[in-house]
Design a protein around this ligand. Structure first.
Ligand code: ADP
Ligand code: MG
Length: 266
């Protein structure tokens, strides 16, 4: 049994890395915002029980009653869990702490790796992109994201251990593609928290490009304090301070992603 594509042809991209704190949520939020600013309709699915993507998009906890847990575990139609954000063109399926139990509850469910894929197949709204913000693990939640996706986008933090764990991630992607979801491709790898005053950042970036070649986007996300301030205002950095280097980098990343999508989909 393999995954099926949703009938409306939205491109589904998972933002994945089993390490925490590498910039997954920041990337999902700001890529989503930048794509929406380019007139694309975008649905962001918050698949992390921490709910950082929901918070970063200004969704109050009280508004998260219908969430991705309901969709995955309780057969709630995904349309019932979709909320609009303050950004025109960007909707979100929020998460709540309930989701932390889903990892275990899914284990005994039938077709447990296909729950999100099946839910999205029934998505009736017309989105150009569905972005999935994954939790920092390669458990059943992330597996559901990989099975539901057309492509993965991997943020790698520019630090000494950047490549550690990457081969495990790439092997997981390979296995999902072979056994569960033949559609799955690697959209690209984005270097995050790049500090140009730090020689190590340069060395790590060169090392990663040496290993992964043109899988690595030209755009590099700089370490930028505005990016870390934005979530506490419940805004993507692109809305919080559009001119700052971090916001500009995510706008560039979105255009690279769209360019690659055109060639991947061709
Ligand atoms: P993940 O989702 O992989 O755990 P986050 O996107 O939540 O990672 O980022 C971890 C922390 O680092 C957050 O506090 C975020 O605001 C901050 N952060 C992410 N990217 C940057 C950056 N480019 N510059 C500065 N801070 C960043
Ligand atoms: Mg996160």
């Amino acid at each position: 049994m393999v995954a099926v594509a949703p009938p409306l042809g939205a491109r589904i991209i998972s933002v994945v890395n089993q390490k925490g704190g590498v910039g997954k949520t920041t990337t999902a939020i700001n890529l989503g915002t930048a794509l929406a600013a380019c007139q694309k309709s975008v649905l962001l699915i918050d698949l992390d029980p921490q709910g950082n993507a929901s918070t970063g998009l200004g969704i109050p906890k009280a508004a998260r009653e219908r969430d991705v847990y309901g969709v995955l575990v309780e057969d709630m139609p995904v349309g019932e869990a979709i909320l609009a954000t303050v950004i025109p063109g960007l909707d979100v399926v929020p998460s709540s702490m309930d989701l932390s139990g889903a990892e275990i509850e899914l284990v005994t469910m039938e077709r447990r790796e296909f729950r999100l894929n099946e839910a999205l197949t029934a998505l009736s709204a017309n989105y150009d992109y569905v972005l999935i913000d994954c939790p920092p693990s390669l458990g059943l939640l992330t597996l559901n994201a990989l099975v539901a996706s057309d492509a993965v986008l991997v943020p790698l933090q520019c630090e000494f251990y950047a490549l550690e764990g990457l081969s495990h991630l790439l092997n997981t992607i390979k296995r999902v593609k072979k056994h569960l979801n033949p559609r799955l491709e690697i959209q690209g790898v984005v270097l995050t928290m790049f500090d140009r005053r730090n020689n190590l950042s340069e060395a790590v970036a060169a090392d990663v490009r040496g290993h992964l070649g043109d899988k690595v986007y030209t755009t590099v996300i700089p370490r930028n304090v505005r990016i870390s301030e934005a979530p506490s205002h419940g805004k993507p950095v692109i809305v919080y301070d559009m001119r700052c280097p971090g916001a500009q980098a995510y706008i560039h990343l979105a255009s690279e992603v769209m360019k690659r999508e055109r060639s991947l989909a061709a």
